[in-house]
Design a protein around this ligand. Structure first.
Ligand code: OKP
Ligand code: ZN
Length: 345
């Protein structure tokens, strides 16, 4: 499988509020270093770097105002006399029609929804490079059949105009849109990360040309708290094109696999001719911020099941925070997928 990299990802490492203190984020450069090591150890894939992205690929999934904000937020933060990472501390909570303030601190709140997502000097460049790799992986599925975008920071929580949950640019959404623009008739995004893919849901919520499906922890007890419930099914022409499969605390592989079967049947029924897998492995039993109980031995079977859809497939890296196991678990999904594909089953 082709592995598309974002070589300078290590230039971004944010901070987050955790147990009442600001700490370095769980979403760290070592994550991708581990994935790369695990893939190289088993001789998996051919590595190529992402290419600079066409701005169109970003404007399809994010507003220009948001992209301009992200691009200038750090210098504006500094110019306003602040130091350290740019972080919001006030949000337009429950105010649907909030005005957009002028000041940098107010705009940080306007364009974000969580205190886990700081902007560092290089955050914008690194987030864009990740999206570039995701879009390139999507394009290459036309000739390759499948590809993996080995990127960070993740993207599935980023909405059209808000960052949060370690995500700034929605890499999986940009990949899905690229597949459409390359000629797919309908694209599915299957989000297997432990957390609900609220950003991807948001971006395509009123559309039927991208079908979104997320298997995740019940948001009544887990981030992103306010999205991810089963009754969120889409609006307007997107009605019925979003499927949320929330699962309880402690979910293990048997229950998780039943949800995957439901997801795959939903995608199959929608007659999608291309697929993006938002690949988080924070469903792992020892993940430090999650509470599902999947084991490393479970991941190859997940990849093999996804291969049954038999459509061009772009895998895009999302979460997974036990760095020591991240590589093994990602390699498990990808090699399970590839083995099933090669066997043609
Ligand atoms: C991103 B992805 C604050 C806790 C907030 C947010 C989790 C984001 C997960 N310290 N944690 O879906 O893996
Ligand atoms: Zn996650």
């Amino acid at each position: 499988m082709l592995v598309v990299t974002s070589p300078d990802h290590g230039r971004h490492h944010g901070s987050e509020i955790y147990n009442g203190a600001v700490v370095r984020s769980f979403e760290c450069p070592e994550r991708i270093a581990q994935v790369e090591r695990a893939l190289r150890d088993i001789g998996f894939g051919r590595f190529i770097a992402g290419k600079p992205i066409n701005p169109r690929d970003l404007l399809n999934v994010h507003s220009r105002q948001y992209l301009d904000f992200l691009a200038t937020a750090y210098p504006r933060w500094q110019a306003a006399g602040h130091t350290g990472d740019a972080m919001a501390h006030t949000w337009p909570a429950r105010a649907v029609d909030s005005r957009r303030p002028n000041g940098i601190v107010g705009q940080l709140g306007f364009h974000s929804f969580a205190a886990d997502c700081a902007i560092t000097p290089n955050t914008f460049d690194v987030a864009i490079a990740g999206a570039s790799a995701a879009v390139r992986a999507a394009s290459l599925t036309r000739t390759e059949g499948q590809a993996f975008a080995m990127v960070r920071p993740p993207g599935h929580h980023a909405t059209r105009d808000q960052f949060g949950g370690y995500c700034y640019i929605n890499n999986s959404a940009a990949a899905a849109q690229r597949l459409l623009d390359d000629g797919a008739h309908r694209v599915a995004v299957l989000d297997v990360d432990y957390h609900h893919g609220n950003g991807t849901q948001d971006i395509f919520y009123a559309r039927s040309d991208v079908v979104t499906c997320s298997i995740h922890a019940d948001p009544s007890g887990q981030f992103p708290w306010f999205f991810g419930y089963a009754e969120e099914t889409g609006v307007e022409s997107g009605e019925g094109a979003n499927l949320n499969l929330p699962l309880p605390r402690g979910t293990g592989i048997a229950q998780w696999r039943r949800a995957l079967d439901t997801a795959l049947a939903f995608i199959d029924t929608a007659q999608c001719d291309a697929l993006v897998v938002a690949l988080g492995v924070d469903t792992f039993e020892h993940d430090p911020i999650s509470d599902f109980t999947l084991s490393s031995a479970d991941y190859p079977g997940i990849g093999a099941a996804i291969a049954q859809l038999a459509v061009p497939t772009a895998f895009v890296m999302e979460g997974g925070y036990l760095t020591d196991a991240l590589g093994r678990n990602v390699a498990g999904v990808l090699s399970g997928f590839e083995a099933a594909r090669t066997a043609g089953v």
